[in-house]
Ligand binder design. Structure first.
Ligand code: WTA
Length: 633
């Protein structure tokens, strides 16, 4: 075991000399002493149509409200605010396609595109509060669609392009969207992902979709249903798109700070994925503040968050955060190793990336190809590195630090969740780092590590990670299921937010995240629920029951292993196992494909019929099975 108290890294002096936030300790103190004053000061950095009356309203716990009475629109702060300034002609977005094609958007050009598309959505009858599902590859039209929704007050629900038919269908249905925005296909690893075809299949399972807008990306043949499906590029030349001033005119909807901005589905302990709801006001303040301080963003920086906009990291730190700060972002369409394992490093060099924010799984994946690939490139533009999604193993941390950051760049290991909306536990640029620890809570955030009874556990011992005070970027509810919101997050320890993670605190107060304590699996940093994988398996005619567990995996972090009980008359075979893996891929998406299917005559269950995944996991790893007193005979 590494020595956790000595193995630490101070910021490089050349880096430290140029950090914006020099008075870190003072900031922590201010936030701890005056939470509302602290966040109010941050909020005043942005434009409000009407100032708030109250920073934090705790009168209806746990339905906290932030910046109550304030009026704002996050899209206004991402675009309208900048085009009035010298940022107007600055690049907002640089995008490279997998095949090497390049597109760039200045703030002015991005705003134009967003206004035009927002006019189209309005003309289709999309109003404030309506839900719009977005299901696309990683192309500029994805953030454009999100911003257009925000601008007119519609609530976007982005479904990750790596999900498939049933996952998409469930999310469209649950959000009651009337419009889907997609593309013909997407490029990934040199192959086409047939997004429109998946949309068509999902829509056969649900009826309420009125319009489908299709961006042409790959140019492959797709079916367009007359009266329902429209090409984006055809709509965008209509006078309606250009508005009455040739493209820059589209009224930004005035929103209440607490009005919903988006739904994002995520996997939880049981049952179907839940729609986490975030708002315009608090989310904006939380995301912008954390990005600005943690990554020390400067006006001239080029920022690259490698996440897909289909996940929270993409929402907060690929789309909204950088635009709120007026910086230049880079976005890449395809796979990190296409056509060779130097693709990322080549782009870091060519576009002069200063800050790279990615996931441990990507680092481990690229590490496998050796140092020669990154060493062929000039990475000297890099100033800071970031990590998110799962605990980073010290080996990957050190490689990232030495080979990519040349021992000059600190690594910001940011712990947070879809639900938190923003970084929660993270270093600031001058924090002393320990590989594998996300260090300390962000200013204004208070966490604790507690035992089953809610008692603080001693230093060094494992316990449940809870958050003790509300924060502006917090989820407000689970869409259409406020009871589940209360039960899932606020009931285990009344007054505290339950994260679902276990952690320990060391003698310096640093937090070490251990992992999920529920049935959430992190495959390559992607969050999946055992329940979804199991229900995909059970939807196959040969399967009676199924259980999914996570086992450690060298690159992916965790991999899905499944145990399947067949219906009587069905015979286990290798072909059937392969078919079941394919079936899960078809229903859920390639990321959810099990690593392995094991046929079993029965599954370990409690007497009340609950599958004991814990027992399966212990058996698979040859570990003690623990307390099995509730195991059925
Ligand atoms: C895990 C991703 C350790 C954690 C932003 C959390 C991490 C879950 C880290 C949320 C980190 C995220 N160190 N673990 N830096 N970041 N996690 O909702 O288990 O996709 O609960 O949000 O990822 O996953 P989600």
């Amino acid at each position: 075991m590494p020595n956790e108290t000595q193995d630490s890294y101070l910021p490089h002096p050349a880096f430290a000399a140029n950090v914006n936030l020099k008075n870190q300790d003072e900031v922590y103190r201010h936030a701890a002493a005056d939470l509302e004053g602290f966040w109010a000061e941050r909020a005043r950095e942005y434009e409000w149509f009407k100032p708030w009356d109250k920073v934090l309203d705790e009168s209806n716990k746990p339905f906290f409200k932030w910046f109550v009475g304030g009026q704002v629109n996050i899209a206004h702060n991402c675009l309208d605010r900048h085009i009035k300034t010298s940022r107007r002609n600055k690049l907002a977005l640089i995008w490279e396609g997998e095949k090497g094609d390049l597109r760039t958007f200045s703030y002015h050009a991005l705003n134009r595109e967003v206004c035009m598309f927002a006019n189209i959505l309005r003309s289709m009858g999309v109003k404030k509060g309506d839900r719009v599902t977005i299901y696309m590859g990683r192309i500029p039209e994805l953030p454009i669609a999100m911003l257009a929704c925000a601008k007119i007050g519609a609530v976007h629900s982005v479904v990750y392009g790596g999900f498939s038919v049933e996952a998409l269908h469930g999310r469209i249905e649950d959000s009651q969207s009337n419009v889907v925005i997609t593309c013909d296909g997407g490029w990934m690893n040199g192959k086409v992902v047939e997004l429109k075809k998946i949309v068509d299949e999902a829509l056969k399972r649900c009826a309420m979709i009125e319009h489908v807008i299709v961006v042409r990306r790959t140019g492959q043949e797709v079916q367009m249903e007359a009266g329902r499906d429209y090409w984006y590029h055809e709509l965008m030349v209509l006078p309606i798109a250009r508005g009455n001033s040739g493209g820059n005119r589209c009224e930004t909807e005035v929103m209440d700070a607490e009005d919903p901005l988006f739904l994002l589905y995520t996997s939880g302990t049981t049952g179907k994925p839940k729609a986490i709801m975030h708002t315009h006001g608090g989310y904006m303040v939380g995301v912008a503040t954390t990005l600005q301080w943690v990554f020390d963003l400067k006006e001239e920086d080029r920022w690259w968050c490698t996440a897909d906009p289909g996940w929270i990291t993409g929402h907060s730190y690929m789309v909204y955060g950088p635009l709120l700060l007026g910086v230049t972002s880079f976005m890449y369409e395809g796979a990190p190793t296409y056509p060779y394992p130097n693709r990322w490093w080549s782009m870091v060099e060519r576009y002069g990336i200063n800050i790279l924010y990615t996931a441990p799984t990507a680092i481990r994946g690229l590490m496998r190809f050796g140092e020669a690939w990154p060493n062929r490139h000039d990475l000297s533009g890099l100033r800071l590195l970031g990590s998110v999604g799962e605990p980073i193993n010290p080996e990957a941390w050190r490689w990232y630090h030495r080979v990519i950051g040349k021992e000059r760049c600190p690594i910001m290991d940011t712990w947070w969740q879809t639900e938190t909306g923003m970084f929660m536990i993270t270093p600031l640029p001058l924090t002393e780092l320990k590989p594998g620890s996300a260090t300390r809570p962000f200013p204004g955030i208070e966490v604790e590590v507690v035992d089953e009874a809610g008692k603080v556990v001693p230093v060094g011992e494992e316990g449940y990670l809870v958050v003790k005070r509300p924060w502006p970027g917090m989820l407000r509810t689970i869409y259409n299921d406020p009871e589940r919101y209360v039960k899932q997050y606020w009931s285990k320890y009344p007054g505290y937010y339950f994260t679902g993670d276990s952690a320990r605190r060391d003698a310096d107060g640093y937090i070490w995240i251990i992992g999920r304590v529920d049935d959430v699996i992190k495959v390559s940093g992607y969050r999946l629920g055992t329940a979804e994988i199991e229900s995909a398996l059970v939807s196959h005619p040969a399967v009676a029951e199924a259980a999914a567990i996570a086992l450690p995996h060298e690159v992916k972090g965790q991999a899905i292993h499944t145990y399947v009980m067949l219906k009587s008359g069905q015979q286990p075979s290798e072909e059937l196992a392969a078919e079941l893996i394919k079936h899960v891929g078809h229903e859920m998406g390639p990321i959810a494909k099990p690593e392995k299917v094991t046929f079993v005559p029965q599954l370990p269950k409690t007497r009340s019929g609950k599958i004991m995944r814990r027992v399966l996991k212990a058996r698979a790893q040859g570990l003690p099975e623990g307390d099995i007193s509730t195991l059925e005979e």
